[in-house]
Design a protein around this ligand. Structure first.
Ligand code: PCA
Length: 200
């Protein structure tokens, strides 16, 4: 089994992104799955294109994308991506969509193809805070989740995908003391627990 796990680069003035920090620490194998880690830019267009370019040759069984959700107090598998994007800050390429569809004519929402409740339970069983989230927002993370799920239903047959948002790490809370944080080792352990559900 092959699992492609992606993490974003820093955005919004931050110098780190806990998503890539944690994803880059994942081992080469989890259960019976071979893990491929991919850094993606926090850019609406390039992020899904980079994932799709690799997925077309790798043919992974699963694609799990991971992003930062500042202020969230748990590791949160996302249940659904919506066909709407609206950005309060520009992405790393300077693009700032305002109330537009992710895929014109696409379905309003696409459910995760990952077992989100089982993943949440596995993260909790590892001793870490978890909950299933019902919104991935309207920024780059929702865009990536929607575009990759859309591709799973169209061109990437045999691949299932979904998204996990993670909290910040302690070094980010110096400038934002109000943000909840978890050490990067813990986020990595939580992701490993969630991914192990796919590799059983
Ligand atoms: N979080 C942002 C985009 C990149 C990231 O890590 C989001 O939640 O949309």
């Amino acid at each position: 089994m092959k699992i492609l796990v992606t993490g974003f680069d820093p955005f919004g003035g931050e110098s780190v992104n806990p998503a890539w920090k944690a994803v880059s620490r994942l081992p080469d194998r989890i259960g019976n799955a071979e893990i491929t880690r991919l850094l993606i830019p926090t850019e609406f267009d390039h992020a899904p294109e980079k994932i799709l370019a690799l997925a077309r040759t790798l043919h992974p069984d699963y694609i799990v994308s991971v992003g930062q959700a500042a202020g969230r107090k748990a590791i949160t598998p996302e249940r659904i991506a919506i066909n709407l994007e609206s950005a309060s800050i520009p992405d790393n390429a300077g693009f700032q969509p305002d109330e537009q569809p992710v895929v014109p004519g696409g379905p309003d929402g696409i459910f995760s193809l990952l077992p989100v409740k089982k993943m949440k339970e596995a993260i909790e069983a590892a001793g870490l805070p978890a909950s299933v989230s019902n919104t991935a927002g309207t920024y780059v993370c929702n865009h990536v989740m929607y575009r990759i799920l859309y591709a799973c239903h169209t061109e990437l047959s045999g691949t299932k995908s979904g998204f996990i948002h993670v909290p910040c790490i302690p070094e980010q809370t110096e400038s934002h003391p109000e943000w909840f944080s978890l050490p990067v080792e813990e986020i990595e352990r939580g992701l490993e627990a969630a991914i192990s559900v796919l590799a059983e």
